[in-house]
Ligand binder design. Structure first.
Ligand code: ACO
Length: 428
């Protein structure tokens, strides 16, 4: 007999099925709660206890510090495969064969140009615009250039939309950066790997041949893999909920980019570096900033620390910390910012405030140090995260549509005025 959970309200008992996932996580299925009880709902601000869907893409255990894509550990993937293979794995469920991977890459390459009219939209943005706002707008604009809606019952239609966005988004990203730097736009090079081409489009100078640096290619590849999916986080939930209204893939991803921009989410990587620079400019007194972070009357938070789900070390942070050391050493960079980051981490890991609250460095604590070593402007850090998260957003959107999930529409507990009589303007 299947297991049940019992909820008692005013002496009356209601039974709800308990559902167990493949990793033995247990959920109470309350789909019939409201109808069975005559209107009772659950209230869970910030969804700290609420599952919004069943998903077969990413498993994470925040207590144990486990992260797996489609069953493969993040540690193994970061070591053994490249970002494009991880993209394929997340979206289609299996690691590609060589032939599948080559075809996937060829199909993406075939879509790696954008309509020249996109340049006119790009031109219209002021120099002061944040790249995340530009990328979100341009991704949304792709819908205008590709108006036919995706038939989700057609694998072919889905596939076409997927390779389109994977081909075009790096172009939008690179062009946004170059426009802000006053550089001519670069069209990339089809003979390059996916990540190599991103670097070329971002950094090639108009007057000389771009030479790839293997250290940078490998570091970016790894960073993108580590960011590729993280189950139902804020931006991914946004993508799923926008898509649940049957909005198209590009529109849904544009909404996800906006959600990612927030400093409590993807925007944290930029905020971390700004914080480390501010500490350095202020004399490098990490203790002062530790006190500020603990002071409840001070809004300052130690950026890059804490995570909604990880209450143990973020496994991605472990890999990134090591990568930051390797990249800086290989490039011969002695960055005082890295020393401040390490100092803060050491203090926080020994401080009862952080220990009791299980606040550990998250993925963003060290990623900014690597991006900085790669000469990526600070404002572009969150955009790099968006390129990394793109496969996750696509995979989650596709899963949601294939599973024919209903439109996402939470309930609320109304706490406003009850019915009151209208007051004429002269009597207010
Ligand atoms: N610095 C100082 N105190 C913190 C921090 C921090 N970075 N993070 C959490 N706390 C404290 C809170 O003040 C709270 O203390 P209290 O219990 O005394 O009130 C307690 O720890 C719990 O914090 P919540 O905000 O309730 O935890 P929540 O799960 O809602 O938030 C979040 C998680 C948003 C990531 C938070 O830790 C934070 O703001 N971190 C800094 C921003 C950041 O690095 N974001 C990136 C997250 S990773 C990603 O999106 C890729």
């Amino acid at each position: 007999m299947s297991k049940q959970a019992t909820i008692e309200i005013d002496g009356k008992k209601y039974e709800f099925p308990l559902i167990t996932g493949t990793e033995n996580e247990v959920a109470i299925d309350i789909a019939t709660l409201r109808s069975a009880t005559g209107g009772v709902i659950t209230l869970d601000s910030g969804f700290k206890n609420t599952g919004s869907c069943e998903s077969a893409i990413t498993f994470l255990d925040g207590e144990k510090g486990i992260l797996r894509y489609r069953g493969y550990s993040i540690e193994e993937l970061a070591k053994k495969v490249d970002f494009l293979e991880v993209t394929y794995l997340l979206i289609f469920g299996e690691l590609p064969t060589k032939a599948q991977n080559d075809k996937f890459h060829d199909d993406i390459k075939a879509q790696s140009t954008v309509d020249e009219d996109i340049k006119k939209i790009l031109e219209a943005f002021p120099k002061t615009a944040h790249p995340m706002g530009i990328i979100s707008s341009l991704t949304s604009a792709l819908t205008a250039f590709n108006p036919s809606s995706v038939n989700v019952n057609s694998e072919e239609d889905m596939y076409k939309a997927i390779v389109k966005i994977l081909g075009k988004m790096p172009v939008l990203v690179a062009w946004t950066m170059r426009k802000k730097q006053g550089l001519p736009l670069d069209y990339g090079d089809d003979s390059l790997g996916y990540v190599e081409n991103i670097l070329k489009m971002m950094f090639a100078k108009p007057n000389c041949k771009y030479v790839q640096n293997k250290i940078l290619v490998d570091a970016l590849d790894k960073l993108l893999i580590l960011h590729a999916d993280h189950e139902q986080n804020c931006s991914t939930s946004t993508v799923r909920i926008v898509g649940s209204a049957h909005a198209g893939l590009f529109a849904s991803i544009s909404a996800g980019i906006s959600a990612l921009w927030g400093p409590l989410h993807g925007g944290a990587n930029q905020a971390v570096l700004e914080m480390l620079q501010a500490i350095e400019a202020d004399g490098g007194d990490t203790k002062k900033y530790m006190s500020k972070a603990k002071d409840k009357n001070d809004p300052f938070r130690l950026m890059g620390f804490g995570h909604r789900v990880y209450k143990n070390f973020d496994p991605r942070a472990k890999i990134i910390k090591k990568a930051a050391d390797e990249v800086l050493e290989a490039l011969g960079i002695d960055d005082p910012i890295l020393a401040i980051a390490k100092g803060l981490e050491k203090e926080a890991l020994e401080d009862p405030y952080f220990v009791e609250r299980k606040l550990y460095p998250n993925v963003d604590f060290y990623s900014g140090v690597i991006y900085r070593a790669m000469n990526i402007p600070q404002e572009m850090f969150t955009v790099m995260f968006a390129i990394g998260r793109l496969p996750g957003w696509i995979a989650q959107w596709r899963e949601m549509r294939l599973r024919k999930e209903p439109i996402g529409r939470p309930r609320q507990l109304y706490i406003g005025e009850t019915l009151r009589p209208y007051i004429d303007v002269d009597n207010r």
